[in-house]
Design a protein around this ligand. Structure first.
Ligand code: GLN
Length: 308
């Protein structure tokens, strides 16, 4: 299949949509991006790569980082992890407090903020036992699966998140009050915001996610990161929970497991074949890239490559 032609076609078709949606503006560091940017990248399990537009533009991966941290936590705790975080779609916005109180501090899934904060907490405990730092370990993992040692956090985004982080800090305190955080709230929140501030581009992201397109192993190097069953679970959760209260809509239109971030990125996995990353910072009402969602819908429609 001629993927470059497909990507070029998609770039042409989405042009009228650029300008719709709204860039995340809850922190100044995110509001400053160019809302007209669009980039898309495909890395095949064979190593072939295709990219169009701003596919090398670095952006804040935000909630996409939750896939990497959940991978590490699942590897460390296996089934035990589900005592502290569920695996059902929330049907609520990513930063909702309400459900968390009703459900006694156990977040619905690892991809809403509360779930990712619990995952962070579990990683802090785990890596403390191994005398290492959680943010360093998350970065180490992302660098290993993207084969790129240059990936790092953005300090500016991190300090902005800390300054305006009232809601996430409230989520963490609520869970602490229900005894679902082991470490102190400040440390957990700092770790969570550091992972959200990691910067990557579409090329790096599509490469990094290939382990989920090949049963937990990097299809290019053969290196196993997680086992087959864990990869299946992560993909399932990305399909059902990867886009918060718009997860059903994303599954309906795109038909792939995917994860979005408020920085405007989305990654999607086509098991056995490839990973696709798209970047366009203007968001829809649920906080997912508006053009990115459309571009992925066009991709699966034009190529016939979806999981269904
Ligand atoms: N840093 C963002 C927040 O905590 C991450 C959320 C997201 O990308 N959806 O609000």
């Amino acid at each position: 299949m001629d993927f470059l032609t497909v990507l070029n076609d998609i770039q042409t078709q989405i042009q009228p949509l650029l300008g719709q949606g709204k860039v995340a503006d809850y922190i100044p560091a995110l509001a400053a991006v160019d809302s007209k940017h669009f980039g898309m990248a495909v890395t095949l399990n064979t190593g072939e790569f295709y990219g169009v537009g701003n596919y090398q533009q670095p952006f804040s991966i935000q909630s996409i980082s939750k896939v990497f941290s959940f991978t590490l936590a699942l590897r460390a705790y296996r089934e035990e992890l589900y005592k502290r975080v569920g695996r059902e779609p929330s049907g609520n916005p990513f930063n909702s407090l309400v459900q968390l109180e009703y459900e006694q501090g156990i977040p619905r899934n690892p991809f809403i903020n509360a779930g990712a904060i619990v995952v962070c907490d579990s990683l802090i405990s785990h890596f403390a036992d191994h005398n290492s730092n959680t943010v360093e370990q998350i970065l180490h993992f992302i660098r290993a699966c993207s084969h790129d040692e240059s990936i790092n956090c953005d300090r500016n985004v991190f300090s902005s998140e800390m300054q305006y982080g009232y809601l996430n800090i409230a989520l963490a305190n609520l869970m602490k009050s229900f005894d679902n955080l082991e470490n102190n709230v400040d440390e957990v929140i700092k770790t969570y915001f550091r992972q959200c501030s990691i910067v990557m581009n579409c090329q790096q992201l599509s490469r990094a996610m290939l382990y989920l397109a090949d049963h937990g192993s990097d299809p290019i190097t053969g290196r196993a990161f997680i086992n087959e069953s864990q990869a299946k679970r992560i993909n399932s959760l990305m399909l059902t929970c990867g886009h918060y209260d718009a997860s059903g809509d994303f599954a309906f239109h795109v038909g792939l497991p995917g994860k979005s971030g408020v920085g405007g990125g989305i990654v999607a996995v086509i098991p056995g074949k490839m990973a696709v990353a798209v970047y366009s910072p203007a968001l829809n009402k649920s906080g997912n890239s508006l053009v990115g969602t459309k571009a992925l819908e066009l991709f699966t429609t034009m190529t016939g490559l979806s999981i269904f």
